[in-house]
Design a binder for this molecule. Structure first.
Ligand code: PLP
Length: 395
């Protein structure tokens, strides 16, 4: 097994290292406090209180009320649940507006819905990955149930103007859901001042465990559950709660809230130095996506004449972890749907690499990456090897 101290981990958009404070908080709920939160006695009630605390902490991070948080099993479930709810609310409104660059947790779901008869409009982006808001507004019809648009793109880090989209949705009287899975913990959010109806997050992107997420549902918005059964989560998501993971998500949210300002500045400085130095050292390198409206931690680069799969393999030999666009497609020769939507051209799309920084990256990681990346690219350019095909993973 390769342990975390052996690698230079620059793939924080794929997943993040658990914060030790999170592990410490969750472990007793796997060992000592195993009661069912729905039980009437004190041994169960104390677990219910722990879930309530986690709900308060997540709400504090999002600037909303605890009652607006529904715990789920992952970001994918949150995205699916928001769209499914909107479609269940009114049988006459079976139209979804989404974008060309969503994560598979949205676009594959929309694709499946369209095969079942639901109408789906997909809004395009420009060469910088920015959304065409006029196209979005004109796609809305009286049958539209919901707009689902991500807040930040997982491949490029490009930020969509979600407050402007929320305003269009409010004016047109349709729901607006945003996949904020890459945003939560990276930039400040205050949902109390917003007209966003629902928002998805996932714990493993903010130094929490995998397999737990949350859906914010505004108290102004009706909601129909996807999972029917017990009355957990105030009848919005049935199933006995994944207590330890929910507690962990709460702690991760608390850590993120207290680290946010300082961490974003530190991470941005690392990302910027990485990007500037690579651009200086490696000729014919391009930054993909808007460089202003962008997450502070993400750098998506294309190296002309280099296949990203070959580069990933060589970087892996140096124990440097990063992705070809998104980890979902790593090893696949299928070009990124995000970069294709940006119409960047075949060479630039095939050579795209995503480097994403996070809380536990150090200056030493940065220095090593700045030695390894330019030397790998120049080696590959001198060899120009054939691309390698492996099975796609799924993050
Ligand atoms: N949406 C975005 C933007 C993501 O980056 C991811 C994870 O990679 C997901 C959805 C899926 O989240 P989860 O892995 O928690 O299902």
């Amino acid at each position: 097994m390769i342990s975390s101290d052996q690698v230079i981990y620059l793939d924080n958009n794929a997943t993040t290292q658990l914060d030790p404070a999170v592990i410490e908080e969750m472990l007793p709920f796997l060992i000592k406090y195993f009661g069912n939160p729905s039980s009437g006695y004190g041994f169960g009630a104390q677990v219910r209180s722990a879930i309530d605390l986690a709900r308060q902490r997540v709400a504090a991070l999002l600037g909303c009320e605890p009652g607006e948080i529904v715990f789920t099993s992952c970001g994918t479930e949150s995205n699916n649940a928001a769209i499914n709810s909107a479609l269940q609310l009114d049988p006459a409104r079976q139209h979804v507006v989404t974008t060309a660059v969503e994560h598979s947790a949205t676009w594959r779901h929309c694709d499946a819905l369209s095969k079942r008869g639901c109408a789906v409009s997909t809004i395009s982006v420009d060469g910088d990955g920015n959304l065409d808001l006029e196209e979005l507004e004109s796609a809305i019809t009286p049958q539209t149930a919901i707009i689902s648009a991500m807040w930040a793109n997982n491949e490029t880090g490009v930020l969509f103007p979600v407050e402007r989209i929320a305003e269009i949705a409010r004016r047109k009287r349709v729901l607006f859901h945003t996949d904020a899975i890459q945003v939560v913990g990276k930039i400040r959010i205050r949902l109390a001042d917003s007209t966003i109806n629902s928002l998805s997050l996932s714990a493993h992107k903010l130094h929490g465990p995998k397999g737990v997420g949350a859906l914010y549902v505004s108290k102004r918005s009706a909601f129909k559950p996807s999972l029917i059964g017990g009355s957990q989560e105030n009848n919005r998501r049935a199933g006995t709660e994944n207590v330890a993971s929910i507690v962990a998500l709460g702690k991760a949210a608390e850590c993120a809230a207290s680290a946010l300002g300082e961490e974003a500045t530190r991470v941005r400085a690392m990302r910027d130095r990485f990007e500037t130095t690579v651009l200086e050292k490696v000729p014919d390198t391009f930054v993909n996506g808007d460089r202003t409206a962008r997450l502070p931690n993400t750098s998506n680069l294309s190296f002309a004449g280099v296949e990203s799969d070959a580069a990933l393999m060589m970087l892996d030999r140096h124990q440097l972890c990063c992705s070809a666009g998104s980890a979902c497609r790593t090893g696949s020769l299928e070009a990124s749907h995000v970069l294709r939507a940006m119409k960047l051209g075949a060479d630039r799309t095939r050579g795209s690499m995503r480097f994403s920084f996070g809380r536990f990256n150090t200056e030493a990681d940065l220095e090593k990456a700045l030695e390894i990346v330019p030397s790998v690219i120049s080696k590959l350019r001198s060899l120009s090897p054939a691309p390698v095909v492996r099975e796609p993973a799924g993050v």
